[in-house]
Design a protein around this ligand. Structure first.
Ligand SMILES: Nc1ncnc2c1ncn2[C@@H]1O[C@H](COP(=O)(O)OP(=O)(O)OP(=O)(O)O)[C@@H](O)[C@H]1O
Ligand SMILES: [Mg+2]
Ligand SMILES: [Mg+2]
Length: 506
């Protein structure tokens, strides 16, 4: 038992002096198939509740499921991309438990016969010395299953069931194809555990985007991560009791949740307590996990083979055909882009680390130079995404918008400062970059008439500066340019203003 004097969370450094963390990551990916896993209902996100349902996904008696071939194809491609073996024959199983958002009272899943198993992948993290450090992650399995519906708890403060006065349930999501990708326990990462966990999920996103099998939006729940973590005495090489933190819904939260659990478990163990094997909830706002339900390894889901579905037996030729048509692996893809863009290792790593690789690629495809694309996504956009707590690609600015704004800068119609105001407008829903420029009147003034008048005013207001320039101290022009820019609310063409000042003061 922990005593009242012991801290609730040990510092990360102290925790690692005494313990080794082991990670286990379960990632659920919603596939982007047009129809559900076992019926023809549409899968589009955001429809009116309970409008995309039928007897099969509602689990009405007598309804018969049929496997979605496209979902099987995606599962095989994911398995192959993760270097897994593909089962020549496998079955679905019923995972029995009761939950209001699961209409059948069982989830059609896979148990001891997953479609893909025994794989591996590699993630790269910063080694802290300007280089890269690779970690090989063993994949236990990737199996097919279906999503549940979604409960909405009404009347409570936090949207949680506690304190709510009633709950609603939307079955549109019930039956959407899911792939669950499960790692073997990841050991030996020590203080890098939080970074490795985050890098792994980011890597999976990149890989899945490349495969085109899911839109992998963590904030919309099409990619969800459960973080398993345990500690063992430093150097022991054993596995301790794990907790499973559910639905950690951003990359940053994956890192934070691992860090927090290490500190929390270390405090309990250091005080002579023991870890309860349980699910835990992640709280984005406070950055802590709280206890969910106890859950043993032998959780009795009464799995048994699904009698209403025929086994899945993908032909070897088909699997080989799919293997032959896989896109280039992320590492090869990155190397190719780095060469084409002329990025340094550091620039490339920052781009990947920020989850901006695909966005930069699309921005370049839309006409921007690689450096300008990188600059916008990693500075201004990253700051905005961070402030709003969303991933970059969910910000609401598209690669085409960024490319267009940069084109306006290159044409001299706006400057970087005005460009940021254009993005403000785009994010406020005021339209395309061009529409925002027009509506807000953001174009740079390079018309000599207006500029000349502003320069005259500035010279008159700062005679001592003007004298210096007349005496040949050209560097002093900066002060006058600043005055003109201020007068024209940043909308003057700075280069032209400088020319005019030097012309006038000869
Ligand atoms: N002692 C441990 N410490 C850390 N990770 C562990 C430990 N034991 C198992 N794991 C990892 O935890 C994850 C367990 O996921 P898995 O899907 O196998 O089971 P589950 O969480 O019990 O089942 P469910 O899918 O119903 O949530 C795996 O990634 C596994 O490698
Ligand atoms: Mg699992
Ligand atoms: Mg689990």
């Amino acid at each position: 038992m922990s005593t009242t004097t012991s801290p609730e969370v040990l510092s990360f450094e102290e925790a690692l002096e005494r313990f080794d963390p082991a990670l286990g990551l379960e990632v659920h990916v919603e596939l982007n198939t047009a129809t559900k896993m076992f019926c023809g209902c549409p899968t589009e996100f955001g429809a009116e509740p309970n409008t995309q349902v039928c007897p099969v996904c509602l689990g009405l008696p007598g309804a018969m499921p049929v496997v979605n071939e496209k979902a099987v194809e995606s599962a095989i491609r994911i398995g192959l991309a993760l270097n897994c073996r593909i089962a020549p024959w496998c079955r679905f199983a019923r995972k029995n438990y009761f939950y209001p958002d699961m209409p059948k009272n069982f989830q059609t899943s896979q148990y001891d016969e997953p479609i893909a198993f025994d794989g591996w992948t590699e993630v790269e993290i910063d080694d802290g010395q300007g280089g890269l450090e690779r970690h090989r992650i063993e994949i236990e399995r990737a199996h097919m299953e279906e999503d549940t519906g979604k409960s909405l708890h009404v009347g409570g403060a936090t949207g949680r069931i506690h304190g709510a006065d009633h709950s609603l349930v939307d079955y549109n999501r019930a039956g959407i194809p899911l792939i669950e990708i499960v790692t073997k326990p990841i050991m030996g990462t020590r203080e890098k555990a939080p970074l490795v966990a985050k890098a792994y999920v980011a890597h999976l996103r990149e890989l899945l985007l490349g495969l085109g099998v899911s839109d992998v939006r963590m904030e919309q729940g099409s990619l969800r991560c459960d973080v398993n973590l345990s500690l063992s005495p430093a150097g022991a090489g054993t596995l301790g009791t794990r907790t499973e933190t559910k639905n950690v819904n951003s990359l940053r939260s994956v890192e934070r949740a691992v860090r927090y659990e290490i500190g929390r478990q270390a405090a309990i163990l250091s005080a002579g307590g023991s870890i309860v094997q349980e699910t835990r909830h992640w709280h984005e706002d406070t950055g802590v996990t709280t206890s969910g339900r106890e859950k043993s390894d032998a959780e009795d889901y009464r799995y048994f083979p699904e009698p209403d579905l025929v086994p899945v037996a993908p032909a070897a030729e088909w699997v080989e055909e799919l293997r032959g048509a896989l896109p280039e692996p992320p590492r090869v893809h990155r190397a190719r882009l780095q060469e084409a863009w002329g990025f340094s290792d550091l620039e490339m790593r920052d781009t990947v680390g920020a989850g901006a690789l695909l966005l930069v690629e699309q921005t370049v495809a839309a006409g921007a130079s690689p450096q300008s694309a990188r600059k916008w996504w990693l500075s201004d956009m990253a700051r905005r995404a961070n402030e709003q707590g969303v991933e970059l690609d969910a910000l609401g600015v598209t690669p085409a918008d960024v490319a267009r704004v940069q084109a306006l800068v290159d044409e001299g119609r706006i400057n970087d400062k005005l460009a940021r105001q254009v993005f403000d407008g785009v994010l406020a829903g005021e339209g395309t970059p061009d529409e925002v420029v027009t509506a807000r009147g953001l174009e740079v003034v390079s018309d000599d008439g207006a500029l000349s008048a502003a320069v005259d005013t500035a010279i008159a207001a700062h005679p001592e500066v003007a004298d210096k320039i007349r005496d040949g101290k050209v560097a002093a022009a900066g002060a006058l340019i600043g005055a003109v820019m201020k007068e024209m609310r940043g909308q003057a063409d700075a280069g032209r203003v400088r020319e005019l000042i030097l012309e006038k003061l000869g």
